[in-house]
Write a protein that binds this ligand. Structure first.
Ligand code: GLA
Length: 661
């Protein structure tokens, strides 16, 4: 399955024509052509427009729109509108409205007010989806199906409670097994009948972590059932080559992205780095790497912003060049499509101050000028469908995140997302491209595997890590890993015994988490966030030891053969150089040597992408004797390339007219 058959990248955005009089559509299409738009995502929130009252159908406007787009050669990513039920659904079926942990109803008036477990919601969603699929499944404009939008709702109400019980029954079979898994001997939580099982609701004090973990799992699965039901309907009524996707929020806690990705033909993500974040480029890279890892096939940026969003405390625009840089960065890291939210900025509604590809300033606006440039440049890059192997994988798992970030843990300052981001940043700053992988994946393609933090590891995952090192792989593992089993039960000894043996940890006595103002000296660097009182086995090397303080002389970084263990979070430059050294030792080096700080180099499809995240000018040395052409500008380079503020060069190697970059 692919998004394009000729290597051409898709370029476009969410298009909400229902917000505009039809006279505007002609101008929209003309501007889309001017900007090189290939595809638009239509109908994401159009349920009330398609079904203004229960059972009614109004497809006339969509017929006209699909035909218009097709006439102009613009493809459609057609969305099922089920993320935003019309008010009448809540009025007629109040049980479709989800409840929060306090039992409060989530009303209509915004969007996403649906309970994943409501049979009425699922019935109405299936009906509109099937009619949409029957009507447009063979329309020549159809390029892809887009199911719902950013599945993210949770429900703690009674219908969800029944579904949760069914899910638990299927998993545990007996109430005894459930009691055992949830550790209900603690605080008199023993469940006497299935009716005692409820979703997590407001309670007096810290709640049962195993219940919370299973509720996360259940919620992800319940949402996925909604997705799968709609996916199967659209597949039934359209040709087999039309892919189906549903867009993730980036690094979103609520969906098990690995399980979901297996159900999608194309994995898509919505990514909104903060233009003011000095590490926004790293964040964009990380989301691309993660989405690519999940997809293990085609993936796309379904949404990004051409300018400011409207949901931060302060919403900054993108300075000139940043939209182009981040768009090309996503392509460099494997995206087959770059789409935006949204095509034309709204004049009404909750997002009227959220930018569009065509902003309130219209075609005269700076945002549109940059969009046009990006569209023209993407048309020169026929890299869709190409994939580059990475030598390094970062292991990531939602179940570990769900279990590890709960209340009642050693330090609230340690967050899963923060730690993953710190490790990815270290690799990014060392110019080392990375994949993301699941701890139970086949890791043999990677020379180096890093584990920022996996508090919960299944037995299969632990075995996988041990086998990976035995098979010749190099493993670098961060603290608070391998602590709990799949039921969130702390492993004997406080950390999995096989992992302790792997890293050469004799005894893990105590964790010594650090306050915001604290750091610990570890020889040549300082550790932050966390430290540990542990002793090493005789065959382990203490690479760095704590100096001073209560842990004086104890190991901070341990190594046993190819297995490394970091019991603290080294400050960013130290983590970066440690990982660069370990990677070099395992034969993994940056795609280009001598890269200046802030310049990212990534290879894809025989091209070398150089992306400059800084605002000054920088010189990037090129390999001796090789000549390159920038396929975007046509400029020729030998020796070096000078990149200006947010500059990008996409180089094809010219030497003797052959070879890859
Ligand atoms: C999400 C949604 C869009 C829009 C944008 C705004 O990604 O999918 O509908 O609300 O956020 O940034």
């Amino acid at each position: 399955m692919s998004v394009s058959t000729d290597g051409r990248l898709l370029f476009g955005g969410d298009y909400n024509p229902e917000q505009w009089p039809e006279e505007v559509w002609a101008e929209d299409v003309a501007l889309m052509k001017e900007a090189g738009v290939t595809t638009v995502t239509v109908g994401v929130f159009a349920w009330a427009k398609l079904e203004p009252r229960p059972g009614a159908r109004d497809f006339g406007w969509l017929d006209r729109l699909m035909d218009l787009l097709h006439t102009h050669g613009i493809g459609v990513v057609l969305a099922t509108p089920t993320a935003s039920p019309p008010p009448w659904l809540g009025r007629l079926h109040p049980e479709t409205l989800p409840r929060d942990e306090d039992g409060h109803i989530i009303w209509w008036g915004s969007r996403q007010q649906f309970s994943h477990s409501s049979s009425a919601y699922r019935r109405y969603a299936a009906a509109i989806t099937e009619d949409l699929a029957i009507r447009y499944g063979h329309h020549p404009a159809l390029r892809m199906w887009h199911i719902n939008n950013e599945y993210c709702t949770s429900d703690h109400g009674d219908e969800a409670a029944r579904a949760f019980r069914d899910w638990l029954r299927a998993k545990y079979r007996t109430l005894d097994a459930l009691n055992e898994a949830w550790g209900t001997a603690f605080w008199s939580q023993h469940l006497d009948t299935w009716a005692d099982v409820i979703p997590p609701r407001r309670a007096q004090y810290t709640r049962n972590p195993a219940q919370l973990l299973d509720f996360r799992r259940f919620t992800s699965d319940a949402l996925m059932e909604c997705y799968v039901a709609e996916r199967d309907l659209v597949r039934r009524h359209s040709p087999a080559h039309v892919p189906v996707t549903s867009n993730f929020m980036p690094l979103w806690v609520g969906q098990d992205g690995w399980a979901w990705a297996e159900q999608e033909d194309v994995v898509s993500v919505d990514v909104y780095p903060d233009p003011r974040d000095p590490l926004g480029g790293q964040y964009n890279a990380m989301i691309a790497d993660m989405t690519r890892g999940q997809a293990r096939g085609p993936w796309m940026v379904m949404e990004q912003a051409a300018g400011p969003v409207n949901w931060r405390e302060v919403n900054h625009p993108k300075p000139p060049g940043l939209n182009r840089l981040w768009s090309l960065q996503a392509v460099a890291r494997g995206a087959d499509a770059v789409h935006y939210f949204q095509w034309r900025q709204s004049r009404q509604g909750a997002e009227k101050f959220h930018s569009g590809m065509v902003g309130h300033a219209g075609a005269e606006g700076r945002a549109f000028a940059e969009v046009k440039r990006i569209g023209a440049e993407l048309a020169k890059l026929a890299v869709a469908g190409t994939h580059e192997a990475s030598g390094i994988a970062i292991l990531h798992d939602w179940h570990a995140w769900w279990a590890g970030d709960q209340d009642g843990r050693p330090s609230k300052r340690v967050t899963y997302e923060g730690v993953v981001r710190a490790w990815h940043r270290a690799l990014w700053e060392a110019h080392l491209p990375t994949d993301f992988a699941h701890p139970e994946h086949d890791l043999s393609p990677y020379k180096v595997v890093v584990v920022p933090q996996l508090y919960l590891l299944t037995d299969a995952a632990v075995d996988n890590l041990v086998a990976y090192v035995r098979g010749g792989g190099t493993l670098v593992c961060g603290f608070f890993t391998g602590i709990a089993d799949a039921d969130d039960r702390v492993r004997p000894g406080g950390m999995d015994a096989r992992l302790r043996e792997l890293f050469g940890i004799r005894t893990l006595h105590e964790w010594w988490p650090l306050d915001a103002h604290e750091s610990v000296e570890c020889g040549e660097f300082r550790g932050t966030l966390w430290s540990e009182e542990l002793t090493a086995t005789e065959d382990a090397d203490v690479v760095a030891a704590y100096r001073g303080g209560d842990l004086d002389g104890l190991p901070a970084v341990l190594r046993r053969g190819r297995a490394w263990y970091l019991s603290t979070l080294p400050e960013p430059p130290a983590l970066s150089s440690l990982l660069a050294d370990v990677a070099a030792g395992a034969g993994v080096r940056p795609p280009l040597s001598g890269l200046p700080a802030g310049v990212e180099a990534v290879r894809r499809g025989g091209l070398l992408f150089l992306l400059h995240h800084g605002r000054g000018e920088t010189v990037v040395p090129l390999p001796d004797g090789a000549a390159y052409e920038d396929v975007l500008s046509g400029a020729q380079y030998t020796g070096s390339v000078t990149l200006g503020r947010f500059g990008v060069a996409v180089l094809a190697r010219e030497e003797r007219g052959a070879g890859a970059a």
